[in-house]
Design a binder for this molecule. Sequence first.
Ligand SMILES: Cc1cc2nc3c(=O)[nH]c(=O)nc-3n(C[C@H](O)[C@H](O)[C@H](O)COP(=O)(O)OP(=O)(O)OC[C@H]3O[C@@H](n4cnc5c(N)ncnc54)[C@H](O)[C@@H]3O)c2cc1C
Length: 405
Amino acid sequence: MYDFAIIGGGIVGLSTAMALGKRYPNARILVLEKESNWAFHQTGNNSGVIHSGIYYKPGSFKAKFCRDGCLSMVEFCQEHGIEHEICGKVIVATNETELPRLENLYTRGLENGIDVKRITPEEVREIEPHVTSVGGILVSSTGIANYKQVCYKYAEIIKQQGGELHLSTKAEKIVTSGKHQVLETNCGTFETRFVINCAGLHSDRVAKMGKTDPKAKIVPFRGEYYELTPEKRYLVKGLIYPVPNPDFPFLGVHFTRMIDKSVHAGPNAVLSLKREGYKKTDFDLRDFAEVMTFPGFWKLAAKHADEGIQEIIRSFSKAAFTRSLQKLIPEVQQEDLVPTHAGVRAQALMNDGKLVDDFLIVQGQNSVHVCNAPSPAATSSIEIGKAIVAQIPQQPHLKAVVTQV
Ligand SMILES: Cc1cc2nc3c(=O)[nH]c(=O)nc-3n(C[C@H](O)[C@H](O)[C@H](O)COP(=O)(O)OP(=O)(O)OC[C@H]3O[C@@H](n4cnc5c(N)ncnc54)[C@H](O)[C@@H]3O)c2cc1C
């Protein structure tokens, strides 16, 4: 009998298991991951940015967890010798019409308590000599990290705490048996008092398996990247972002210097026809049919048809992708860009066609379900883990330690 079973070995599931192990040192904790390694999906295919928290609505979970998570992630990387760097980033307006949105973003950064500085086009050039802009914001606390390494370290700590980690183990059914729940998997059954669903792209399905209404459906949005050829890496010193469209939770294609010194350009945001569909040709009938028969999707599509079509064009046309990047760095040419990995975002969408803006954690019977944890959930993972543990009702049979992670 386990006290807690966590479904999903991405950064959120692992950070939650780690936080549980700190809070309840005597608890029997189990983590189930269907893939053969940790961080296989969103976590292992992201941009690797430690976000500062400038973008998010003041007072939201995203704003709070990201600001605090940025600090705790850096501290964790320092303590455990994980590759990271606080390189700062610039967000630039590339024409006059973007300036009011840039100004709003600056104000939001101040409201969120972030160290932001409004900078002139000349100051942008001093930081990023190849960028053309009409003004920008410098966010000094933004950084980069290797999130796979972070996950491997989380897993190591969970093991040291006495937790049990099972790879290649897919939770297929959740059956309630009295006060307990039985997780049926491809590797046998596991009985637990409490279930925590951190299944990312499958979190809505796992919530339903546990008889909990996830409140929204996961719609997969693929983010495709190109990489700058090694000879052209000099064009980018750190992180260069456009001013985002405030109607979307995506940040617009940008340049990211990764921790291994490569420079990635992207990601775009295009509907994926498969939840774990990393290639344009990937298709899954069940995943596709679920999106196509979901009324919320059609409401979203009707409202944002233009943007959707532009994204599809940019996905299939390297020239269109390059044009978006040239707004930031005019020197970039198609031949400087090589396609590289893609990631798929688990974005929750409501029935009324609204994208769930904030992190969404839903309580069930002896269970908690993380039903929306897109970016900046990697940055925020330590704080999300702590918040989930705080939401779990007191377990009378377990001794709790008050100190947090
Ligand atoms: C393209 C892209 C770029 C991003 N860039 C950034 C960034 O720069 N900075 C940042 O902070 N965030 C970024 N994000 C967001 C961040 O990566 C995610 O928010 C975060 O990784 C979510 O972690 P997770 O653990 O919830 O999900 P995941 O990492 O997807 O993990 C969920 C896990 O659950 C497992 N699972 C699912 N169903 C089952 C089952 N039935 N049984 C067992 N296991 C199951 C899956 O195999 C998976 O490993 C980005 C995301 C994408 C896609």
